[in-house]
Ligand binder design. Structure first.
Ligand SMILES: Cc1cc2nc3c(=O)[nH]c(=O)nc-3n(C[C@H](O)[C@H](O)[C@H](O)COP(=O)(O)O)c2cc1C
Length: 179
């Protein structure tokens, strides 16, 4: 069966190492189709929701999650936690009448400048995902340390060990999708 993956990156910048990590993950998964979600959403504001409803970009995001066989989420670590971009997206998703993450196979990862690879943010991300009731892969844990120097000029991970870890995580995710 064809496998479609959706990537949610906690960083908006074009050169984001989290976005690059997601692309590598999709490549190692062997996805037939990989789409990166747009998390450049308005800040959640109850007044905006009351006056204008759920923004179109959030509707589109929810539909993309529903259509994907699996979701990849990668977060930078900002001050020991997840980014506002990612938390804001989760908060909007939670306001939608559809619950697209329930039972959805999800792999979480992090990429950060620090030596711990953003594991504090990743732990927080796992906690933030609990209300959405996805099927999160538990292991192996993928936290890319020193992420600014981890990719070659073609955007591939330069360390064979890191590639092996990410490929192992994708194997677990694929098995979950196929189960
Ligand atoms: C506001 C802010 C806070 C940060 N806090 C941390 C931190 O707590 N731990 C860490 O390892 N790196 C921290 N960094 C550095 C990020 O890990 C680094 O910028 C990383 O490349 C961000 O991910 P990206 O490449 O996907 O944008 C911080 C960066 C910013 C902008």
């Amino acid at each position: 069966m064809p496998h479609t993956l959706l990537g949610l990156s906690g960083a908006l910048r074009a050169g984001s190492t989290n976005t690059a990590l997601l692309r590598e993950a999709a490549r190692l998964y062997g996805a037939d189709s990989y789409v990166q979600a747009n998390l450049n959403l308005p800040l959640y504001d109850g007044d905006l929701e009351d006056s204008a409803g759920i923004p179109e970009a959030v509707n589109a995001l929810v539909a993309q999650i529903a259509e994907a066989d699996a979701v990849l989420i990668s977060t930078p670590e900002y001050n020991a936690g997840v980014t506002g971009v990612l938390k804001n997206a989760l908060d909007w998703i939670s306001r939608h009448s559809e619950k697209p993450l329930v039972g959805k196979p999800v792999a979480v990862m992090s990429a950060a400048a620090g030596r711990a690879g953003g594991v504090r943010a990743q732990t927080m991300l796992r906690t933030c995902l609990v209300p959405f009731r996805p099927r999160i892969t538990l292991a192996p844990e993928m936290g890319l340390a020193g992420s600014g120097g981890a990719f070659d000029e073609d955007g591939h991970l330069s360390s064979e060990r890191t590639v092996a870890s990410l490929a192992a995580l994708m194997d677990v995710l694929r098995a979950d999708v196929e189960s």
